[in-house]
Ligand binder design. Structure first.
Ligand SMILES: C[S@@+](CC[C@H](N)C(=O)[O-])C[C@H]1O[C@@H](n2cnc3c(N)ncnc32)[C@H](O)[C@@H]1O
Length: 491
């Protein structure tokens, strides 16, 4: 730009301003990512604190009461062993992570203190994200909704992470102002932007050095962040453990059956394209790919993306890892054995699962990424599972889903309406919380017609052996976008 118009001071000032803005956004994004990495790294310490707390309470018992619980010191020991196993998994996951930005750069120079103290963690877009684990934890509403922050301000470049022979799962990370293709047909740039060594022309950072894991770069993280890591551990069970099969059968199976029925003649040469916004840890997107669709998961939480990328791209064999997902709550356990039971993950080897070419995970905020004009009329199907209630503005979600579908394309949805931002009281927080009836009315407005509708009872990241089970009567529907000629929009 400078070269083309060297004598246009106005343009130069604008360029300078844009560069400054980008630098600022990058710095804030690095900060956000460091915080997430710090939260993961902080896991052992935070878990140890819990065990110490249990020990303190135990020590306060009267000797006679203590004598009744003589096995407790042994339980604490076992808990510590479980924590180190979980930490081992987490550390391996972080080791495999390729940060999309230079994590070691000095970010203090350009972070505007005003923005730095803004109440959200997602600086580039000025939005908060949410990943409600909709957990079964008993403690607080926050705990229940388990609001997870991630990053909807992804990186400039699409990134392909390919570490095993059979599978090629593209991980695009979309920067707000980026120009990376994310549609089902566009694999061009993803292919050549993805050298994994030293900083390349796309800005990738060396993968051999793990300086960003250096303790000196870590930040203090609060309990909320610690909770997010625990939330991810429960999500791993939902998506990648045999124990999550029942929940997957409740949530994913009806969707897969519906896809199978709606696209009976899908061809290998030209598979239908399916988008899964809010893909979480990627299992549903993978299953859809294995069913013979070009499948793209979209996810904006770095917590999720780091973990799904690890499982999808770095798994050597099924059952490679042992984790202890249920150790963090002493509540509603039938026995210590239940609480301390191990889980093998993943239950399958993703690379050998039989994915269809073109499977990808696209990092970024659904609204930002799929509002791009290049996305109009691109998708045959959009599948939303426990996603639409993550919206600040669900009307906007529905409008975008309609716009990105082809005429005659289908939207399959399964989930509740536990609006993630319903409890945010900040003056700038926006949360539009529609009833199911209004959601359907809005969908009709955007050209959808109902093909199927019912209710499915399901849990979400539930501990199957817990005495407490939160159940949802989730709405399940298939809607078809009317073709342009049929589409008479009613006001
Ligand atoms: C309740 S979880 C459901 C995950 C997955 N679909 C499942 O059924 O397990 C919602 C997911 O949507 C993601 N999410 C929330 N808002 C998003 C947005 N605006 N764009 C992309 N992903 C988003 C969250 O990070 C989270 O992973």
């Amino acid at each position: 730009m400078d070269r083309e118009m060297p004598n246009t001071p106005g343009v130069q000032v604008e360029d300078e301003e844009r560069r400054r803005q980008r630098k600022l956004e990058e710095a804030l994004e690095i900060k956000s990512l460091r915080r997430i990495i710090s939260a993961y790294l902080n896991y052992p310490e935070a878990a140890e604190e819990d065990v110490k707390r249990y020990e303190r309470s135990f020590r306060k018992l009267l000797p006679a009461h203590k004598a009744l619980l003589s096995h407790y010191p042994f339980k604490f020991q076992k808990l510590r062993r479980c924590i180190s196993m979980n930490s081992y998994f987490i550390f391996n996951m972080l080791q495999a992570f390729e940060p999309p930005l230079d994590m070691s750069q000095d970010i203090n120079i350009c972070v505007d203190p005003h923005l730095e103290h803004a109440p959200n963690d997602h600086p580039c877009s000025g939005k908060r994200d949410a990943c409600s684990c909709q957990s079964t934890s008993a403690s607080s509403k926050l705990d229940q909704a388990c609001i997870m922050e991630g990053c909807n301000t992804m990186c400039r470049i699409p990134k392909e992470v390919t570490t095993n022979e059979e599978v090629k799962i593209e991980v695009h990370q979309e920067y707000t102002s980026g120009s990376c293709p994310v549609g089902p047909d566009d694999k061009r740039e993803a292919g050549h932007c993805c050298e994994n060594d030293v900083t390349d022309s796309c800005g990738h950072v060396s993968s051999s050095s793990r300086d960003w894991l250096d303790p000196s770069l870590q930040m203090n993280v609060g309990l909320v962040d610690v909770d997010k890591v625990r939330c991810i551990i429960r999500n791993i069970v939902r998506d990648w453990a045999a124990e999550g099969q029942k929940e997957r059968d409740q949530c994913y199976k009806p969707i897969l059956q519906e896809l199978d029925a709606l696209f009976p003649d899908r061809s290998k040469e030209s598979p239908p394209a399916c988008l899964v916004p809010g893909a979480g840890l990627g299992r549903l997107a993978l299953e859809i790919s294995c069913l013979g669709f070009i499948s793209q998961g979209n996810e904006f939480s770095y917590y999720m993306m780091i973990c799904s990328s690890f499982i999808l791209n770095h798994t050597q064999t099924a059952g490679e890892w042992t984790i202890y997902p249920w150790i963090h709550s002493n509540c509603n356990s039938l026995s210590d054995g239940d609480q301390l039971r191990s889980i093998s993950v993943p239950d399958i080897h993703p690379a050998s699962a039989g994915i269809t070419e073109g499977f990808s995970m696209c990092g970024g905020d659904f609204v930002e990424v799929y509002s791009d004009p290049s996305q109009v009329g691109v998708w045959d199907v959009v599948v939303t599972c426990f996603f639409i209630d993550t919206a600040h503005n669900i009307v906007e979600y529905i409008e975008i889903i309609s716009r990105i579908l082809k005429d005659g394309g289908v939207w399959i949805n399964l989930g509740p309406l536990l609006y993630h931002f319903a409890d945010m009281y900040g003056p700038d927080e926006m949360s539009v919380e529609l009833s199911l009836e209004d959601v359907k009315r809005v969908a009709l407005h955007y050209g959808f017609q109902f093909e199927k509708e019912n209710t499915i009872e399901t849990t979400y990241t539930a501990n199957p052996r817990s005495m407490m089970q939160n159940r949802y009567n989730a709405a399940f529907w298939t809607m078809r976008k009317k073709s342009a000629t049929e589409n008479h929009v009613t006001p």
